[in-house]
Ligand binder design. Structure first.
Ligand SMILES: Cc1cc2nc3c(=O)[nH]c(=O)nc-3n(C[C@H](O)[C@H](O)[C@H](O)COP(=O)(O)O)c2cc1C
Length: 177
C-alpha cells in the first residue's frame, strides 16, 4: 500500500511531527511505501478559495494526497481546534482527500482541547467522504521527552491507530477491486 503521512506543523521542534515520524516508521516496518509530506518543506500559500488551489505546491499536495491509499494527518491543537496550518492543508488538498481513509494525530499543550480536532474530522467526512479511523491520538507536552515519545500509552495508541488504519484501507482497497 502507498500511504501519505502529512506533518502540518511549521514549528521547528514540532511534537506532532514526532508522532508523524513514529506513524511513518510503523507503516514502513510493515512493508508499506510512505510519502512523508512535511509542511515545513513546502511554501504553501494561504487558502483563499481561489488561486491558491493552482499554486504549484498546492497541486503537489493534491497529487500526493490523491495518489495515496490512506493519509495520516498530524497537527498541533491551536485555539481549541486544529491548527491553521492543518486546516490550510485540508483546504489546499481539496479533492485529493476524496474517499480516503484518514488517521489523525494531535499534539497539544494540555488535555482540555481533546475534542478540538472534531470539526476537521467532520469536515473531512462531510466534504470529502473520508473514512476517519476512530482511534484519534491526542498527546500533550508531558508525553514527550525532547524529540522522543516518553509515554508508553501514547506510543501504544499510535500503534493501535496504524493497525486499524492499515486494516481498513487494505479491506477498502480490496473491495474496490
Ligand atoms: C497559537 C497557539 C495556540 C495554541 N492553543 C492551544 C490550545 O488551545 N490548547 C492546547 O492544548 N494547546 C494549545 N497550544 C499548544 C500547542 O498545541 C502545542 O505547542 C503543540 O505541541 C503544537 O503542536 P506542534 O508542536 O506539532 O506544533 C497552542 C499553541 C499555539 C502556538
Amino acid at each position: 500500500m502507498n500511504y501519505a503521512v502529512v506533518s502540518s506543523s511549521l514549528h521547528p521542534d514540532s511534537r506532532s511531527r514526532i508522532l508523524a515520524r513514529m506513524a511513518s516508521g510503523l507503516l514502513q516496518e510493515n512493508g508499506h511505501a510512505v510519502d512523508l509530506i512535511d509542511a515545513g518543506d513546502l511554501e504553501l500559500p494561504v487558502s483563499d478559495g481561489h488561486s491558491a488551489w493552482k499554486h504549484h505546491h498546492s497541486m503537489d499536495i493534491q497529487d500526493r494526497i490523491g495518489g495515496a491509499d490512506g493519509i495520516i494527518l498530524a497537527m498541533g491543537i491551536h485555539n481549541y481546534g486544529s491548527s491553521a496550518t492543518a486546516k490550510n492543508i485540508v483546504e489546499l488538498g481539496a479533492r485529493g482527500w476524496n474517499d480516503k481513509v484518514v488517521g489523525l494525530l494531535c499534539a497539544a499543550g494540555g488535555v482540555r482541547g481533546y475534542m478540538g480536532v472534531m470539526h476537521l474530522a467532520n469536515s473531512l467526512m462531510l466534504d470529502f467522504h473520508s473514512l476517519i479511523i476512530p482511534r484519534i491520538v491526542y498527546a500533550t507536552a508531558d508525553d514527550f521527552d525532547g524529540d522522543e515519545i516518553a509515554s508508553t500509552e501514547v506510543a501504544k495508541r499510535v500503534g493501535e491507530l496504524i493497525e486499524q488504519f492499515v486494516n481498513v484501507s487494505i479491506r477498502l482497497h480490496e473491495s474496490n477491486g
